[in-house]
Ligand binder design. Structure first.
Ligand code: NAD
Length: 339
């Protein structure tokens, strides 16, 4: 049986990526939608053949509890709404995929984890790159120390943010900013390439060149993760410049992805030559993997606890930027995707 997924929030990512990906999945299908815009509901119902009974708005959302067609709720809302809808989905008895970053702070993450545990439902984060073969190769080369011990990681992710994308700029509902939005990929990439958790972080905000656009969120940020064996990961996230790289320098060579974080077109190289790896439909793989975890009652490799770990790190990076101090990361949730 294919598990039914309901997408909550029909914005750019649901429309452009997740819905088309759900036409390529084997273990799950697009069964329902949750939207506050009636015109969108009409378009989606026709395009994806969704029956009226599987269409909800934000007020009727909790009635999804009575709908056996929906097994998984996928929260694709602005970041500041992730906690509320994940908790409501768990209370409705559904498994949940929540988009990155998991939530606004570690307390919210804990409440989301607790709600899913209490309902005996699985929670995963929309970390598509864990299911992407170039990134799986970075994990393997780094964690197995194929080129020797990894000493230095460089993880840069930046894009020029459109002034109209209000919540990403912290306006209206808020919850945006480059560290949360694109910097989370740098954190993730550094940790799964090294296969360890950092013990401290330092950070410095970029100067603000566009005060109107960046009145509520940082324009960009440089941050360093320090690992126990003296490895450093130099990370950079920006909403005002383009970069897209994950690189590891090791005792006997190097390996890198550039571009690293897109939905397709990833390219990998090592000091021994090109990585001969195909691009795959990332979101279809990610959703199929989660559906398979539910069908076989096995844990996901990208659970809520990993989302919480990264939110804890984001909080530590902001603290380091605020204080100008190197901040230790003592109480991180101990979780890694082991190659
Ligand atoms: P978006 O702004 O295009 O879509 C957000 C949707 O939420 C819109 O349809 C909007 O109408 C709806 N919404 C409901 N209540 C709202 C409210 N009170 N205020 C504002 N909007 C409200 O954003 P998006 O790019 O689709 O991103 C959604 C989520 O998906 C974010 O958490 C983002 O980080 C994540 N995302 C993940 C990836 C990935 O590669 N994993 C890529 C893009 C986005």
């Amino acid at each position: 049986r294919k598990l039914g997924i309901a997408l909550v929030g029909l914005g750019q990512y649901s429309e452009g990526e997740l819905a088309p990906a759900l036409e390529k999945t084997e273990n799950c299908r697009l069964a329902g939608i949750v939207t506050g815009t009636p015109e969108k509901a009409e378009t989606w119902k026709k395009k994806y053949n969704i029956p009226d009974k599987n269409v909800y708005d934000y007020k009727t959302f909790d009635q999804i509890a009575d709908n056996p067609d929906i097994d998984i709720v996928y929260v694709v809302l602005p970041n500041s709404l992730h906690a509320e809808y994940t908790i409501r989905a768990a209370k409705a008895g559904k498994h949940v995929i929540c988009e990155k970053p998991m939530a606004m702070n570690a307390e919210e993450c804990q409440q989301m984890i607790d709600a899913c545990k209490k309902a005996n439902r699985q929670l995963s984060i929309g970390y598509r790159l864990h299911f992407e073969p170039h990134h799986q190769e970075m994990m393997r080369l780094g964690q197995k120390e194929t080129f020797g011990k990894v000493n230095r990681i460089i993880a840069h992710n930046g894009q020029v943010q459109d002034a109209k994308n209000l919540w990403r700029l912290g306006k209206g509902i808020g919850g945006g900013g480059p560290l949360r939005d694109v910097g989370v990929y740098c954190l993730q990439g550094a940790i799964y390439t090294k296969g360890q958790l950092p013990i401290a972080v330092s950070a410095k905000l970029h100067p603000v060149t566009d005060p109107e656009k960046f009145s509520n969120v940082e324009e960009g940020i440089d941050f360093t993760l320090y690992f126990a064996d003296d490895t450093t990961a130099e990370c950079r996230a920006s909403f005002n410049d383009k970069y897209n790289q994950l690189r590891a320098e090791a005792a006997n060579g190097w390996f890198e992805l550039s571009p690293a974080y897109g939905y397709s077109g990833l390219e990998g190289k090592t000091s021994k030559g090109k990585m001969d790896i195909e691009n795959v439909p990332q979101q279809a793989r990610q959703m199929d993997a989660f559906a398979n975890c539910i069908l076989t009652n096995t844990p996901t490799t990208v659970p809520g606890e990993m989302g919480m770990r990264d939110v804890q790190l984001i909080e530590a990076v902001f603290k380091a930027a605020r204080t100008g101090q190197k901040v230790p990361t003592p109480n991180l949730v101990e979780i890694l995707d082991k190659s």
